[in-house]
Design a protein around this ligand. Structure first.
Ligand SMILES: *[C@@H]1O[C@H](CO)[C@@H](O)[C@H](O)[C@H]1NC(C)=O
Ligand SMILES: *[C@@H]1O[C@H](CO)[C@@H](O)[C@H](O)[C@H]1NC(C)=O
Ligand SMILES: [Zn+2]
Length: 485
């Protein structure tokens, strides 16, 4: 009987939650201008492949077969899906690697994208090796175990299969996909229909999955590049995001885990701010950071865009630790947690802000989990907000390693008020709390009042039960003592 009432209560609560929940619409617009500044540095003729340059590299069909073979061989930790098709109709296959592929979990998501530029094929080769290495080592290697257990890793080996088939930088329509995203300063790509299908597929993907961080793999240099890529005045100069330190940390993690990226003479430490190198507009990494709160790096992993295929295994070895460490960083650093409602105990459609940073991180839809990368050794004020709830803040000191901070938010209106309003709906009128006193004089309202009191009592029982179950959810690996706020 008691559990039945609790079920009934949860049912009513769910209905109430749905009624109160307002989904935010996604809007966008703007004008199309014709001026598209180009990144020319890597476009020189020396990078054009000569005859036989693809020898030993996977064709698009080979790549597709390798992805499918991986999906069969490692079906316990992976799922294969497509995010769309290229201009010429080739599927954009993604490998998801996780101990629960395809299911949502309160874990960060990371994505790797290769072959954005058709003539930069090293990334797609490395990503297939990376996926297979994880599959072979996730039981015995601690980093691989951590990634499979605590991250949802999504790998798109080729964003531009048409460009690859044509052995050129742009897609089949000759558009540079890393100039095709909406830009924060210039309205060059604001017309959604004018965008390439490959670009649209990435944008849709980011609406479905909330990525904490990501990286795209390029060729033509050896450096880890971080936002901003574009400056407001088009000048070539260091242009820092509010999260510059975190971006430097991630880029340095990559370059220092690499065989020799950090020894670069051209780029101190093997890292560079995109705009300090050369500004571009409509790039993918700036868009990821602005529109999805995703920390994306652009990794240039080989000076030679088409190294001899016999070198690919060596290049993979050079990048292996970097790739592992970068993905693992989404779990090992920053602040993580979940946001619950105090009255229902359920996850809330909430978001997180860090004081001094102009970047809102949305919590996951199902579990209300958030994952915010930050540099360690600093105090941060973390604020959780949800529509209809009182915001809450807490100060954390982030040490090396991640910190967990959960939030339990209280509704803006009190529970009692809500219950009485609901209880009195059965009388067909919209009484407020003060009018309830008058109701006592009306005998026909007695049943209604009994229902209200019973409802409140059940809620009390239910809440008490939740008080014990709330802090019991799983803690992220690598996290320090959890904080509940
Ligand atoms: C890194 O090593 C590769 C292979 O030995 C070499 O070709 C490249 O010039 C080196 N780069 C740096 C920055 O040391
Ligand atoms: C904060 O971000 C919003 C939207 O992204 C932008 O309009 C605003 O100018 C930014 N403010 C600062 C101080 O950077
Ligand atoms: Zn490139």
């Amino acid at each position: 009987m008691k559990s039945l009432s609790l079920y009934l209560l949860s049912f009513i609560t769910i209905i109430l939650t749905f009624l109160c929940f307002i989904d935010l619409a996604f809007a966008k617009g703007g004008a199309l201008t014709s001026e598209i500044p180009g990144r020319r540095l890597l476009d020189d003729d020396s990078s054009k492949p000569r005859i036989d340059v693809t020898k030993g590299y996977m064709s698009n069909e080979d790549l597709e077969n390798a992805i499918m073979a991986f999906g069969e061989r490692c079906s316990n930790i992976s799922r294969i899906y497509s995010i769309g098709r290229s201009v010429n109709g080739f599927p954009l296959w993604v490998i998801e690697i996780s101990d629960k592929p395809g299911s949502e979990e309160p874990e960060p998501a990371f994505k790797f994208i290769g072959n954005v530029h058709g003539d930069e094929p090293v990334g797609r080769e490395l990503l297939i090796r990376f996926a297979n290495w994880l599959c072979d080592n996730h039981v015995k290697d601690p980093l691989a175990t951590l990634i499979v257990k605590n991250v949802h890793l999504h790998i798109l080996p080729s964003m531009n299969p048409d460009g690859y088939a044509l052995r050129k930088r742009g897609n089949a329509k000759n558009i540079d996909l890393n100039r095709d995203f909406p830009d924060q300063f210039f309205a060059i790509n604001d017309l959604e229909d004018a965008r390439q299908p490959e670009t649209k597929a990435i944008m849709r993907w980011l609406r479905r999955i909330q990525f904490t961080a990501s990286a795209s793999l390029h060729g033509g240099a050896l450096v880890a590049n971080y936002p901003w890529d574009g400056t407001q005045d088009k000048r070539k100069e260091y242009y820092a995001t509010p999260d510059d330190e975190t971006f430097q940390l991630l880029a340095s993690l990559y370059s220092h885990s690499h065989y020799n990226m950090s020894m670069s003479k051209e780029f101190p430490g093997g890292i560079t701010n995109g705009a300090a190198w050369y500004p571009i507009y409509g790039g993918m990494q700036d868009w990821n950071y602005i529109h999805a709160g995703c920390f994306e790096l652009t990794l240039e992993i080989s000076d030679n865009k088409w190294p001899n295929a016999s070198e690919l295994s060596t290049i993979w070895e050079y990048n292996k630790m970097s790739m592992l460490n970068l993905v693992a960083a989404t779990v090992k650093t920053g602040v993580h947690g979940r946001i619950f409602s105090s009255d229902t105990g359920r996850p809330l459609p909430a978001s997180i802000n860090i004081k001094g940073f102009n970047q809102t991180v949305k919590a996951g839809r199902l579990f209300a989990d958030y994952h915010r990368l930050l540099v360690p050794g600093v105090k941060y004020q973390v604020t959780a907000s949800s529509p209809g709830y009182k915001s809450k803040s807490t100060t954390i000191f982030l040490e090396e390693g991640a910190t967990t901070a959960d939030f339990i938010l209280e509704p803006e209106t009190s529970n009692v008020g809500k219950i009485l309003e609901t209880g009195c709906l059965c009388s067909g009128s919209n009484k407020n709390r003060l009018e309830v006193v008058d109701i006592l004089a009306h005998p026909q309202m007695e049943i209604c009042l009994v229902v209200v009191v019973a409802f409140a009592f059940l809620l009390l029982l239910y809440r008490r039960k939740l008080c014990f179950s709330l802090p019991r959810h799983r803690q992220l690996a690598g996290s320090k003592r959890p904080i509940v706020v």
